[in-house]
Design a protein around this ligand. Structure first.
Ligand code: COA
Length: 537
């Protein structure tokens, strides 16, 4: 046993200040989430008149009572695309992992109250990410659909590659991962292929409309006149076309049938249940995680203070602690699941990279999942570092991180700069899950450094031309600093789907426990693949 000690003084002014600033950042992202819900709420009466349940009510009816639901990417699209004030964030859908009839599933609910549930480029990225998580973690996919389909104002920006969303659905089916869809409303044109590519389709009498061209478009295109029901109603699809497998009477009935289908999958029949392991909670209060990261990102802090508050019993067996102090590696367990952790106490040196690379190979040998706690300014620079082979060692670390087949989970707790982000299993290295703390930063470099580099480049160019304008250089530097700062903070990063969501630091242990359990089950689960996916004949 190697129980970590803590050296923070929770009564110190600095700690209190840090906690206040982090607490405010948590409130900020929670407020935005609430703003989206409040904006949607205003539209509910109009749909209730039509007998429709709001999206979040559908979600509650779907989930097993009293079970956890990990919602993902709540702020996808925040202040991007058509979102002007944060009230349309979320990618017009709710995604997350939860339990349906005892089966842990990936769940997607179209948020038809936000832009009609229409799909923007970032909304499409969120939907595709949801399906990739399902593939990697062998989770059945349950969709409650009601969407305007591709966002016709923005489709021009992403139509070409947008077919990838359907390709992933086809792959899921062929891998042996079932997809169950309830069509609660309209599924038009491209949107009709979502249920079309699902394995089990439930439609609702006099409510679902699934067609390639609706009555208006049909009349304009061919002159034919037909009603919604004739070309896309649930009864037509159940009795004539065969696109629907089950006919429901209303929203609640459709969800009831979806739950029954999920239960009938007997999804866990071949999964040997993992033995329940007793574990002790950390010795230190999770509340203290708010005060650990300094308000000023330049002030260093010890990542072991975080580990002490997320590891079972605060037990952490550090690997090669004397070899390099900037990169911290070791073993711990979270909620009884053994895992490794790699964290930063500053920039990554050649020795730190070599140590982490060796440690990753050991994790691969023992098939131990790895948690990355990002807080690095990147790889160390300078003559000594270059001569010491920092590129060589850093590249090999990136190689080890990328090719390790064990589950990798990234949490950006502080800064994650430059190639340090790659070495710590940033988004590009495809960790199984990636979350961010509210004040974290992911960027190629700090805004001030970027501004200074651009100033020097422009100044050299001006000198060659024989005319240096300090005013223009000041403006260029300021613009670079401002742009970089605006595009590297946690809200901007999560909005662009660079992670799977911002989390409250205090939830880090429970989120990690939840996803580590998913990864463990996925590795143990056998599924039976087929070549072409399930045909609807
Ligand atoms: N692209 C962009 N915006 C869309 C959209 C689309 N495909 N479908 C709906 N919206 C927007 C509407 O402009 C409206 O925006 P607002 O909230 O800013 O006013 C919002 O979604 C709600 O639409 P509304 O028509 O009022 O809702 P509804 O519940 O009465 O009808 C639909 C929903 C989906 C049946 C209807 O909007 C529709 O037919 N959309 C077009 C469907 C289509 O042809 N899609 C092509 C897919 S390739």
């Amino acid at each position: 046993m190697a129980i970590l000690e803590s050296y923070i003084d929770r009564h110190a002014d600095a700690f209190q200040r840090n906690a206040k600033v982090m607490g405010a950042a948590v409130d900020e992202f929670r407020d935005i989430e609430q703003r989206v819900i409040a904006a949607a709420e205003k539209k509910v009466p109009r749909y209730r008149e039509r007998g429709l349940m709001p999206p979040r009510e559908r979600l509650s009816a779907l989930l097993d009572v009293g079970t956890p639901f990990l919602e993902l990417s709540t702020l996808c699209g925040y202040m991007q695309e058509e979102d002007r004030d944060g009230s349309a964030a979320g990618g017009s859908c709710i995604t997350g992992i939860g339990y349906v009839a005892g089966v842990r599933c990936m769940i997607m609910v179209d948020d038809y109250l936000t832009k009609g549930g229409s799909i923007t480029p970032l909304g499409s990225a969120k939907r595709q990410r949801m399906m990739r998580i399902a593939i990697e973690n062998k989770l059945p996919v349950l969709t409650l659909a009601q969407s305007g389909g591709g966002n016709l104002k923005l489709l021009g920006d992403f139509f070409g590659p947008s077919g990838a969303g359907f390709a992933v659905q086809a792959k899921l089916s062929a891998m042996g991962i079932p997809q169950i869809t309830v069509v609660h409303g309209s599924a038009t044109a491209g949107g009709a292929y979502q249920p079309g590519l699902s394995d089990y389709v439930i439609m609702i009498r006099r409510q679902s409309t699934v067609y390639l061209a609706g009555p208006a478009l049909l009349k304009a295109a061919t002159g034919e006149e037909a009603s919604d029901e004739e070309i896309g109603g649930a009864e037509m699809h159940a009795e004539v076309a065969g696109t629907a497998d089950y006919l429901a009477e209303n929203d609640a009935d459709g969800i009831r049938i979806a739950r029954e289908v999920a239960g009938k999958l007997d999804w866990d029949k071949r999964l040997q249940a993992s033995a329940e392991v007793a574990y002790a909670e950390p010795h230190f209060d999770a509340e203290e995680l708010l005060g650990i990261v300094p308000e000023d990102p330049k002030t260093p802090y010890d990542v072991r203070e975080i580990i002490a508050r997320i590891a079972d019993d605060s037990d952490f067996l550090e690997f090669k602690s004397a070899f390099d102090v900037g990169t911290v590696c070791g073993h711990m367990a979270i909620q009884g699941i053994a895992c490794a952790v790699i964290g930063n106490n500053g920039p990554i040196t050649a020795k730190g990279a070599a140590k982490a690379g060796q440690f990753i190979q050991l994790c691969e040998q023992s098939q131990t999942p790895i948690v990355f706690l990002h807080n690095t300014t990147g790889f160390i620079v300078g003559t000594e570092a270059e001569q010491g082979g920092i590129i060589k060692h850093g590249s090999k670390l990136i190689q080890a991180v990328t090719n390790a087949s064990v589950p990798k989970i990234s949490i950006v707790v502080g800064g994650s700069y430059g190639a340090g982000n790659y070495a710590m299993c940033g988004r590009g290295m495809e960790p199984r899950f990636m979350f961010a703390w509210p004040r974290s930063v992911v960027s190629v470099m700090g805004p001030a450094q970027a501004g200074s580099v651009m100033r020097q480049v422009a100044e050299a160019k001006m000198r060659r031309a024989g005319q240096v304008s300090e005013e223009m250089l000041d403006a260029l530097e300021k613009d670079t600093v401002d742009t970089m700062a605006a595009k590297s903070h946690a809200l901007a990063n999560t909005a662009r789907m660079w992670d799977d969501g911002i989390i409250d630091p205090r939830d880090t242990r429970s989120v990690l426990g939840f996803v580590l359990d998913i990864c463990r089950d996925a590795d143990a689960r056998q599924i039976t693949a087929n070549t072409f996916g399930i045909g609807r004949l």
